[in-house]
Design a protein around this ligand. Structure first.
Ligand code: DC
Length: 269
């Protein structure tokens, strides 16, 4: 039996973990490791199944970089922000007070979250409903920090995230991956960029997708989210002591990927 399920006493939570574990298996991480894809593409990568933690504030480019690295390494990309977003979306739909940690934790127990890697990135399902796009709405974006700061919510989601990463071969992005979720990750990178640059990137992304966008408003929202994420009491946004710091303000995507590839080389040597 899969260890996380054995530890859990709540049937519904077991179900969430099993579903995520299943989707991991279906996607064949274990097979891919056996085939040594990571080694074939990355001869410098001596250790096959690294856990790579990418933390940093909103809009630092973590997801773009994590996706690109995961693809090149034959690893799985796990966007933990999407988990907090899916919880927030469901809470808003159910009319649950976003400050009520106990109610939110009970709601998480009823959820059946699945993260499904795909060519386009990670797809997110809550039961049968695909929530990949709706969890990016500004309503969710502007409320997710309230949900993410509830200790009961972070507790309820911790095992799930650890379980997703336990076999390695993952690039996991978030806010507290290096400090709390995977304190023993093989490589930790704390990525950031100026608020102006992060707002500019988000604005360009919105415009390219045809989403209405206001640069000044984005800048304010990003600064506010930084403040809430870094000032919360539980697992605030912080650089882990053993994380590499990477300021991407003036770097291209390719430049950041190359910088992290060099770090992977270092930790694998
Ligand atoms: O990465 P993102 O912007 O999609 O994350 C959404 C929110 O979730 C973010 O404001 C903070 C929270 N979050 C968190 O608290 N811990 C994580 N590991 C990931 C995200």
């Amino acid at each position: 039996m899969f260890p996380c399920a054995a530890r859990s006493t709540e049937a519904d939570r077991v179900c969430i973990f099993f579903k995520i574990k299943n989707c991991y298996d279906v996607l064949g991480i274990i097979d891919r490791e056996e085939e040594g894809i990571g080694n074939t593409r990355y001869p410098f990568c001596m250790k096959k199944s690294l856990q790579i933690a990418l933390d940093g504030p909103a809009g630092a480019g973590k997801s773009t970089i994590a996706k690109s690295l995961a693809k090149q390494l034959g690893y799985v990309y796990i966007d933990t922000g999407a988990i907090y977003r899916a919880v927030t979306y469901r809470a808003l739909n159910e009319g649950i007070a976003l400050e009520d940690g106990d109610m939110l934790a009970k709601m998480i127990d009823r959820m059946s979250l699945r993260l499904v890697p795909s060519e386009e990135g990670q797809r997110v399902f809550d039961g049968e409903e695909e929530v990949t796009s709706v969890i990016r709405s500004s309503e969710v974006t502007n409320n997710v920090s309230f949900v993410a700061r509830q200790p009961e919510v972070r507790d309820a989601l911790m095992d799930l995230q650890r379980d997703l990463a336990k076999d390695g071969g993952v690039v996991m992005d978030g806010r507290d991956i290096g400090t709390h979720v995977l304190p023993h990750a093989d490589l930790k990178v704390f990525m950031t960029a100026s608020v102006e640059e992060r707002a500019r990137r988000r604005h360009e992304e919105n415009v390219s997708k045809g989403i209405p966008s206001d640069y000044e408003q984005l800048k304010e929202e990003i600064a506010l989210r930084d403040k809430r994420d870094s000032e919360r009491e539980v697992a605030p946004l912080r650089q882990a002591e053993d994380a590499y710091y990477l300021d991407t303000t003036t770097l291209s995507i390719e430049g950041v990927v190359q910088a992290i590839e060099r770090l992977i080389g270092e930790v694998s040597a």
